[in-house]
Structure formats: structure tokens, C-alpha cells
Design a protein around this ligand. Structure first.
Ligand code: FRU
Length: 324
């Protein structure tokens, strides 16, 4: 951008010297210019109201800052599919060198991802999937595995395999987002086998939000005299449920399990004994920048990059926080 602007300025100044100008702009637009050129990256982030999203942007900006040739532009969709479509269209029009998207939902954003990809722009889908294969790469955690680890932990908390007993409330993330379904399905692999675990409460879309989880939990507490475990699809919702239980004076009888494991958030709540456990869900921001540079340098990259997880419990939370 800067270099392009410099050419325009140079041509204006040099306009009267028409002959010399030709040589001059030819000189600066040759390989030297190509090397200086910045890559312009557009990142369509679904929202920035959740702490995990704030961390995600921070990680991505920090990695981008290591590469002076990269200019990163982040658009916040305000948690709205229509705004996110508009942000993506804008990046396509601007002919970004690479586009990143962490979508609100799969169905409503598959089309615009395809459009960007078909326009020849490398497109990186981060954290939440879109449908089909019309993108360069997907980077995210294995939510089925995370769910399964959470399910095994819930079985352990309630008495162990074959003996588990208790009433379970599951608090769902957005129904339109694949991680919610994967976290449910994964956990169910462990939980469905346990005849002593009874699911209570309606299946409600709490959209990953602490306040929605609080309200939902409040209604479940009102009708269910016995709740033993809450499994929330992320830590803010686990914490919202904890607060609702606390306000009802019942938090000591319930174990809360979440996902994300941010050191200053979920992991700290585990350390404080508010949550029984959580699972690290690394943000894909930094990896996204690294992978896109590989693509722009002509390297082959896999269609999918899976980020690791780790359980965070009472016995390792302190050490986890110290090392992250
Ligand atoms: C943030 C978030 C995280 C969760 C992820 C799932 O928006 O809700 O808490 O792990 O999205 O896509």
C-alpha cells in the first residue's frame, strides 16, 4: 500500500519530466518493489465480546507483528451473520492477499467463503467450520475429542465407569456452530453408556454467552431439585451457570465443567474451585498467520490443522496458569 502510494506521488511530482518518469517508475516497480510490498490480510472475526475472542485477536496480531511484510485488518462482525457476510464481501472487493474467517455459524457463511476462494484468494477458516471444502485450510481444535475428554471427566466425577450416578445439565453453545455439536457428540460417547447419568433440562441455544447460560440455569434450578453436574460448551457459560447456582445457594452441591481454559479465566476458576475442570482450546490466530505465509510463499499446506488440548483440573491448574 505504502509503496503503491509512493509510486503515485512520484509520478505526480515527476509528471513534467515525462521521459524520465517512464524509466523511474519502471525501476521502482521492478523486483525491488515486489519485495517491499506488504501482504494485506483481512480477518473476519465473529465477535469480540467473549474473552476467548479477545485473546484470539491478540494472538493473531502478535504473530502478524513478527512479519513486517504483513498488514492485518480485523473486522468485528458484532456476532451477526449478515455483518460478517458484508465484512467478507468487503475483503473480496479489496482483493486481500489472504482472508481469514472465524464464522458465527456454518450454513450462513459457507457461500461467501466459497466466493472468496473462487476469486483466487487463499481463505483460512478458523475455529468454527463452514460446510463443504471450498477454502484453503481449516485450523481449529478437535472438538469431538475435547467433548469426549469432558465426558470421561464427568463420568469420573459422578462415580466412575459403570457406576456413575447423577443428574446432568448440558449448556449448549450456538446450534448453528459445529463446535457445539462436536462437544455434545464427543461427551455423549462417554455419557450415553452410563445408565445412572440422567440428563435434565431442555436443550437450549445459549450462544456461548455467560448471561444466557445464567438465565437458562436459573430456570433449570427452579424446576430441578437435584442437579449434580453442569457441562457447558465453554467457560463463560460454565461460570454463568455457577453464578446462577450460587445465587440460589446451591453451588456447593453441583460440579461445573467448561471448555476454553484461558489462564486468566477458566483455568483461574478451576484454581479457585468454582469449576471442577476445563479443557484448553487454543486460539488459531497465530497458526493462521504462519500457515497463510506458507501458502503465499508457494508451499503446500494440509487441508486441516488440528490444535492440541489439555485437561485443567484442581491438581494442575496452578501450574498450567504459571506456564501459559
Ligand atoms: C468464543 C467461543 C469460545 C468457544 C468457541 C467455539 O466465541 O464461544 O468460547 O470455545 O467460540 O467456537
Amino acid at each position: 500500500m505504502d509503496s503503491k502510494r509512493r509510486i503515485i506521488t512520484a509520478s505526480l511530482i515527476a509528471a513534467p519530466l515525462a521521459g524520465a518518469l517512464g524509466t523511474f517508475s519502471a525501476l521502482i516497480s521492478q523486483p525491488a518493489f515486489a519485495q517491499q510490498k506488504k501482504y494485506r490480510f483481512g480477518f473476519s472475526q465473529v465477535t469480540t465480546v467473549e474473552p476467548w475472542r479477545v485473546q484470539f485477536n491478540k494472538d493473531m496480531k502478535a504473530e502478524a507483528a513478527k512479519h513486517p511484510e504483513v498488514e492485518l485488518i480485523i473486522a468485528d462482525a458484532g456476532d451477526r451473520t449478515d455483518k460478517q457476510n458484508a465484512d467478507m464481501e468487503n475483503f473480496i472487493t479489496q482483493k486481500m492477499d489472504a482472508i481469514f474467517i472465524s464464522p458465527k455459524e456454518s450454513a450462513g457463511l459457507t457461500g461467501v467463503v466459497e466466493k472468496a476462494f473462487k476469486a483466487g484468494i487463499p481463505v483460512f477458516v478458523l475455529d468454527r467450520e463452514v460446510n463443504g471444502e471450498q477454502f484453503t485450510q481449516f485450523i481449529g481444535g478437535d472438538n469431538v475429542q475435547i467433548g469426549e475428554e469432558a465426558g470421561n471427566f464427568i463420568v469420573k466425577l459422578t462415580g466412575g465407569p459403570g457406576k456413575a450416578q447423577g443428574n446432568l445439565v448440558e449448556i449448549w453453545g450456538g446450534f448453528g456452530a459445529q463446535p457445539a455439536h462436536d462437544r455434545h457428540d464427543g461427551a455423549d460417547k462417554a455419557i450415553a453408556k452410563e445408565k445412572g447419568i440422567k440428563r435434565v433440562g431442555e436443550r437450549v441455544d445459549c450462544d456461548w454467552k455467560q448471561d444466557k447460560a445464567y438465565d437458562y440455569m436459573k430456570t433449570v434450578l427452579r424446576v430441578q431439585p437435584k442437579i449434580d453436574v453442569v457441562y457447558a460448551h465453554n467457560d463463560p457459560m460454565a461460570y454463568g451457570a455457577y453464578l446462577a447456582a450460587k445465587d440460589a445457594g446451591r453451588e456447593k452441591n453441583i460440579k461445573f465443567v467448561g471448555i476454553d481454559g484461558l489462564p486468566q479465566e477458566g483455568a483461574t476458576w478451576v484454581e479457585q474451585g468454582l469449576l471442577a475442570g476445563t479443557f484448553m482450546y487454543p486460539t488459531p490466530g497465530a497458526e493462521g498467520i504462519r500457515q497463510s505465509l506458507k501458502v503465499l510463499h508457494g508451499d503446500k499446506v494440509p487441508k486441516k490443522v488440528t490444535l492440541p488440548t489439555q485437561g485443567i483440573f484442581a491438581d494442575n491448574a496452578k501450574q498450567y496458569i504459571a506456564s501459559h
